[in-house]
Design a protein. Structure first.
Length: 163
């Protein structure tokens, strides 16, 4: 059965994208400072800077209010006996990856400060060719899922997790 992510991941994405938007608005305001201090005759610099600020503000507000819910509705994972399926997407796409458990090299559990405060973890599943992420798991679920993936990987005697 497909598992959905914890609902706290919505708040996590809202805060992270809000900070990302704030960073781009600050960068977009640098030409305003340059015009005010050094180049008062360059009025076009103000127009371009204000357009960039408005663009980043609208884009950020749209994603924080609408995009995170769409992103949440398209994210899930499924752990079968011999494969892991991860679904992800946004407002425009819906994607999935199927990872054979026999190809898993290692599984990491990660948390940043905000995720720890919200009780969330991220699993990174590494194969020979790629890294796959499952963000938005409760810490206990992440530990359990990590342990299950490792145990399923041990079944083949020639894999990295074989004891």
């Amino acid at each position: 059965m497909e598992q959905k992510l914890h609902p706290n991941v919505i708040r996590y994405w809202q805060v992270m994208y809000g900070l990302h938007t704030f960073k781009w608005i600050l960068i977009s305001s640098i030409p305003l400072i340059i015009r005010a201090v050094w180049l008062p005759a360059w009025g076009w610099l103000t127009v371009i800077s204000c357009l960039a600020i408005v663009f980043f503000f609208i884009r950020g507000l749209t994603f924080v209010c609408y995009g995170v819910h769409k992103k949440y509705s398209r994210r899930s994972y499924f752990l079968g006996d011999d494969e892991i399926m991860i679904r992800w997407g946004n407002a425009w796409s819906d994607n999935s990856s199927i990872i054979p458990v026999s190809r898993v090299q290692h599984v990491d559990q990660e948390q940043d400060m905000l995720a720890k405060k919200l009780g969330l973890s991220e699993l990174t599943i590494t194969t020979a060719g790629d890294h796959h992420f499952i963000m938005g798991l409760v810490e206990e679920d992440a530990v359990r899922l990590r342990r299950q993936i490792i145990e399923l990987s041990k079944l083949d005697e020639k894999d990295a997790y074989y004891d």
